[in-house]
Ligand binder design. Structure first.
Ligand code: ADP
Ligand code: 5GP
Length: 186
């Protein structure tokens, strides 16, 4: 069985964070914690959801090749720290929850990575989840909904699409994909 590098992407509010939390609960997978220059939301803890760092510190990490990938997304920088992922992959399956441009950068460098796109049952449900999460203003929600079409346009580049309608079904589907891929010859 190989250790897999699993990349989960999908529109904002589709439930990526919720699904990943369920997967990590099982204790079987390691989650990479990204760096970001965006401000922490209420309840977010530095080092748990993200490493919240300054634009200057982010630039220093770019300059020292400290990221596997990074991207400017909705006006803030987000990046995957290289050290954790490369070390942890020696012993564990590693999950990255990152947006599409970053995901495709990783796939170029690590063709064996598995790309899963999570999609909502429909756009109205996505809006309802973003509104229900209550973390973004109305114009930020519109910006995120508009981005969905771009993300969906890249679905052909993904290895798997999972619809997050019923949460437990979506989590089970992702787990089955991981187990199948772990056993695959590459
Ligand atoms: P993302 O990480 O993709 O931006 P979140 O995990 O924050 O999305 O989920 C957005 C909102 O949708 C949260 O309030 C979450 O509780 C809710 N949610 C997630 N999955 C489901 C689901 N299958 N059915 C209904 N609500 C969901
Ligand atoms: P949020 O600000 O809602 O936490 O995340 C916004 C988007 O940034 C999400 O689509 C999330 O997947 C993505 N993201 C989080 N971390 C990273 C990262 O390290 N790299 C890239 N490219 N995207 C990330």
């Amino acid at each position: 069985m190989r250790n897999v590098l699993l990349i989960i992407s999908g529109p904002s509010g589709v439930g990526k964070g919720t699904i990943v939390k369920e997967l990590v609960k099982s204790g079987k997978y390691s989650l990479s914690v990204s760096c970001t220059t965006r401000k922490a939301r209420p309840g977010e803890v530095d080092g748990r959801e993200y490493f919240f760092i300054s634009r200057e510190k982010f630039q220093q990490m770019i300059d020292s090749d400290g990221f596997i990938e990074y991207n400017n997304h909705f006006g803030n920088y987000y990046g995957t720290p290289r050290g954790f992922v490369e070390e942890r992959l020696k012993t564990n399956d590693v999950i990255l929850e990152i947006e599409v441009n970053g995901a495709l950068q990783v796939k170029t460098k690590h063709p064996e990575a598995i790309l899963i796109m999570i999609l909502p049952p429909d756009k109205n449900e996505l809006r309802a989840r973003l509104v229900g999460r209550n973390t973004e203003s109305e114009d930020k929600i519109e910006e995120r909904l508009q981005r969905m079409d771009y993300e969906v346009s890249l679905e052909d580049k993904y290895d798997y699409i999972v619809i997050n309608d019923d949460l437990q079904t979506a989590v089970n589907n992702v787990e089955q994909i991981i187990e199948r891929e772990k056993g695959a010859d590459i």
